[in-house]
Every structure is written in structure tokens, then in C-alpha cells.
Design a protein around this ligand. Structure first.
Ligand code: ZN
Length: 190
């Protein structure tokens, strides 16, 4: 009983904070009233997330997702400088706005008016659809978009048609990486 109580005490006093967390402008302020806030991602230099809701995807979770992606990318494709630098400069916008538009399916088929789960508009700018609620990062298109952004940093374009034949770069190994990283994040509840 005594041991149990000690364990509970030590657990409840453990506080995890990102570093640095004492810099005011870097924190997400849930009372700011601003529709969008820009928050730095710990461990990734100038990388930021743009959020509507401070609690949906806290930056610590995004940092873990990006680290998981980076480690997987290094293992699958090597730690190319252009890709790693780009991760440190990326702007990730999480948005609950529904968008329809042109795009490509995973197999490369062109779709004229499909629902957009995410898109990569430059090597350092990705947009991720996040419906309100308790969606996890592993269920969003973030890791998928990071593949587009990393291919863009490496090859000069993001290979918008995935496994299609119009653009080069995307392979079955990129699909495997996305599956592996998202499975890992889901297990962590991220
Ligand atoms: Zn895509």
C-alpha cells in the first residue's frame, strides 16, 4: 500500500514541458481570441505549426511526430541535408476548413473535385485538414504531407501524383514509411 502511494505521488508530480517553455511568444495562448496562432515546434529550429485550437495538436505531439518521421526517413532514405534542413523550416497549418479541389489519389489517379485531406504548396509549407474533435495526428495527412515536402526539398518538386507516372520520386517505400510512422504514432496515442 505504501509503495503504491509513493508510486502515485511520483507519477502525479511528473510534469513534462517542452523546452523552452518560458518564452511567451512561443506559447499557444488558449485565451488569446485570435482565430489562428503560430507556435514553434520544440527541437525543430524555425519550424512552426499554425493552429486554431491550442489543445487539438499540442506542439510536443507534433515534435514527436516529426522526430518519428525524421528517424524513419533517415532509416529508409538516409539523412540528406536538404531534407533535414527543410524540416527545421517547415510551416504546418492545421485547419478545420473543408476544402474541395483537384488532386491525386494514392495510386496517381487525377481527381477533379475531391475532398482535400491535406496539401503541400511548397517544400516548406503543408496544410493538414483536422476536423474538430479528438483526431490524432496518426489519422491526419501530416506524415503524408511531410513526404511530399521532403521529396520537394530533395528533388525540386513534391511528386503530386504519388505512385503515378507523370512525376517521379514517390515509391512504395514512401507508402511503407507513412504506414510505419502512423502506426507508431497511433500506438503512442498521438
Ligand atoms: Zn499526396
Amino acid at each position: 500500500m505504501f509503495i503504491l502511494s509513493m508510486t502515485l505521488n511520483s507519477c502525479s508530480s511528473a510534469v513534462w514541458t517542452a523546452h523552452p517553455d518560458d518564452v511567451k511568444y512561443r506559447m499557444c495562448d488558449r485565451y488569446s481570441g485570435d482565430p489562428l496562432q503560430m507556435v514553434f515546434v520544440p527541437g525543430y529550429g524555425d519550424a512552426v505549426i499554425v493552429v486554431e485550437d491550442c489543445d487539438q495538436f499540442p506542439r510536443q505531439k507534433v515534435a514527436i511526430a516529426m522526430q518519428s518521421f525524421e528517424l524513419a526517413w533517415r532509416a529508409y532514405f538516409g539523412g540528406e541535408r536538404s531534407v533535414i534542413i527543410n524540416l527545421n523550416e517547415i510551416v504546418i497549418t492545421f485547419s478545420s476548413m473543408k476544402r474541395m479541389g483537384i488532386g491525386h489519389t494514392a495510386s496517381g489517379d487525377f481527381v477533379e473535385n475531391g475532398r482535400i485531406d491535406g496539401y503541400t504548396s511548397s517544400k516548406s509549407s503543408v496544410w493538414v485538414y483536422t476536423p474538430p474533435g479528438s483526431m490524432r495526428i496518426c489519422e491526419s495527412s501530416l506524415i503524408h504531407e511531410l513526404v511530399h515536402a521532403s521529396l520537394w526539398a530533395r528533388n525540386g518538386h513534391g511528386d503530386p501524383d504519388h505512385s503515378g507516372t507523370r512525376f517521379s520520386g514517390w515509391s512504395y517505400r514512401h507508402d511503407a514509411l507513412i504506414d510505419a510512422v502512423n502506426r507508431h504514432l497511433c500506438i503512442l496515442g498521438i
